[in-house]
Write a protein that binds this ligand. Structure first.
Ligand code: 13P
Length: 250
């Protein structure tokens, strides 16, 4: 039985004071709730150290939203994996479509980041997903297949088994237009079959595959009820403690 991971992706929202206030409110609300899933918050870099402290003693794990693939160097404005590991970051979102779209992230850089994350004991949440134009012409499976194959080059099965892959159709992100549970399940199942092709069924049965894109308290239960969907990567609805808690308890 695979566990499910609900991860909030806060993107570029919240000051550190707001982040700490979220943590306290979430912890207070969660103390009266039954949450069977694993929970993580992927916050902006400047909030990570304060959140580590604020979430201490709770079951909430900490994630970053990006990292550089080099160990260190003259890369002004960048953050390395060892800097994140030092804070005690558990997860790092890698290859989010917003980074592919606005910051020229490629499958090659994504692949290098995955290698570096594993080296530092950080579990990557690898994001893949097609643009609307690709889905409209029926190319969504081939786009996602190409991403999976290129992003996982050289990653040993022992690492793939403990990573997270998030299917995030770009047309469903921040648009309120959620993929139907059937569309989300079909693609997550397809991603699992792609992993089977690369590493075999023992590995694909273990890899955690999330859905992301307009996940809300109202639709979380049905999405999380699909057999190949092992959790959710939640943007907008992870910013409010009560909404996020409802999704975590779904
Ligand atoms: P929304 O939940 O706001 O659509 O964002 C999804 C996402 O991009 C999570 O990484």
């Amino acid at each position: 039985m695979r566990k499910k991971l609900i991860a909030g992706n806060w993107k570029m929202y919240k000051t550190t004071a707001e982040a700490v206030a979220f943590a306290h409110e979430y912890k207070a609300l969660a103390s009266n709730a039954v949450i069977e899933h694993e929970v993580a918050v992927c916050a902006p870099f400047t909030q990570l150290a304060a959140l580590k402290e604020a979430f201490a003693g709770s079951a909430v794990c900490l994630g970053a939203q990006n990292m550089h693939y080099e160990e260190e160097g003259a890369f002004t404005g960048e953050i390395s994996a060892s800097m994140l590991a030092e804070i005690g970051v558990d997860y790092c979102v890698i290859g989010h479509s917003e980074r592919r779209q606005y910051f020229a992230e490629t499958d090659e850089s994504v692949n290098r980041k995955l290698h570096t994350a594993f080296k530092h004991g950080i579990v990557p949440i690898l994001c893949v997903g097609e643009l609307l134009a690709a889905r409209d012409v029926g190319l969504h499976y081939s786009v996602v297949s190409e991403q999976i194959v290129a992003d996982l080059v050289g990653i040993p099965y022992t690492d793939v088994e403990r990573m997270v892959i998030a299917y995030e159709p770009v047309w469903a992100i921040g648009t309120g237009r959620t993929a139907s549970p059937k569309q989300a399940e079909e693609m997550c199942k397809f991603i699992r079959s792609e992993v089977t092709n690369i590493h075999g069924i023992d590995t694909s049965a273990k890899v955690m595959i999330q859905y992301g894109g307009s996940v809300k308290p109202e639709n979380a239960k049905e999405i999380l009820g699909q057999p190949d969907i092992d959790g959710a990567l939640v943007g907008g609805a992870s910013l409010l403690p009560a909404d996020f808690l409802t999704i975590c308890g779904s």
